[in-house]
Design a protein around this ligand. Structure first.
Ligand SMILES: [Zn+2]
Ligand SMILES: [Zn+2]
Length: 290
């Protein structure tokens, strides 16, 4: 029986929009005012930005967006593992019961993203049991910029693989979580959307039509039958991962053409791209059916 590779991406080059969903300002513990934060991201060429101060929704309507699409957000912080409320049309109480928080976020038409699972000296800000138990969140931060200079690991693809193998459809996000100047522009999400409207960006985020990056630029992600093809401007190597993070292939170059073996009974495949320096990009998982 033929296998089907489910891809969240559209064939063809982009159009791609770049943005950050985790940003602090002086409204909580960030170093710049909301407007200065917007100015800084606009100057780096970003297309969208979410302000996510701790346990509050920072008002955006009086700000000059400088051409970007601004998204209201809140980093739900007190009483448990941190999570982002994307498209926060109101403030959600940081209930100890995090499932109640996620349910409130979804009821308001927002999205929840679990933050920096491997942050803190014990590398376990949000333990795996909690991630596995909670339902209804859209994704997790597989890369959290500020954790580069904090205890723990910015990377959480290990957590992601453990969720994906359980059949969970959760997307991988890369967010600066900037508090200071050095945290800005560390990593980002690149969505495939012809429209810059808030609704369009939220929609593609929800369906996983984006990749996460610390510097590798992807032009196109295409699935042709049993092949997954990735075209990059500056990748130097690709790793193809499947169930539990196992590695199926390591390929050098700026283009990948990977054929999922007929005999493979994998649940999912995902691609990691490696570029100059320590730069990387992560595609969302391709789920296999049949
Ligand atoms: Zn946090
Ligand atoms: Zn934060």
């Amino acid at each position: 029986m033929a296998r089907t590779i489910e891809s969240p991406y559209l064939p063809g080059p982009g159009p791609w929009l770049r943005g950050n969903l985790h940003t602090h300002t002086t409204a909580s513990d960030g170093n710049l005012s909301p407007q200065a934060t917007v100015d800084a991201y606009a100057a780096m060429g970003y297309d969208f930005l979410m302000i996510s101060d701790h346990d509050r929704v920072t008002p955006l309507d009086a700000l000059d967006p400088k051409g970007m699409t601004l998204i209201h957000g809140n980093e739900i912080t007190a009483n448990g593992p941190h999570m982002l409320h994307v498209n926060a049309t109101g403030r959600v109480e940081p209930f100890r019961d995090r499932q109640a928080v996620i349910d409130s976020v979804n009821a308001m038409g927002g999205m929840a993203i679990m933050n920096h699972p491997n942050w803190e000296s014990h590398f376990n800000h949000c333990d795996q049991r909690t991630l596995a138990m909670l339902n209804g969140y859209t994704g997790i931060e597989i890369y959290n910029g500020v954790t580069l200079r904090a205890e723990g690991s910015p990377l959480a693809t290990d957590r992601w693989d453990m969720l994906l193998i359980q059949g969970r459809r959760v997307w991988g996000f890369a967010d600066d979580d900037n508090h200071d100047d050095v945290d800005r522009g560390v990593c980002w999400n690149v969505v495939q959307s012809a429209s810059r409207s808030l609704e369009a960006i939220l929609e593609v985020l929800r369906m996983g039509r984006f990749y996460a990056s610390t510097g590798v630029v992807i032009d196109e992600i295409r699935v042709e039958g049993s092949r997954i093809r990735v075209f990059s401007q500056n990748a130097q190597a690709f790793h193809v991962h499947y169930d539990y993070g196992c590695t199926a292939a390591r390929v050098n170059g700026s283009e990948l053409d990977f054929e999922v073996p007929d005999s493979a009974r994998w649940r999912y495949v995902r691609i990691e791209c490696f570029g100059p320096g320590a730069s990387q990009a992560w595609t969302q998982p391709f789920f296999l059916r049949g």
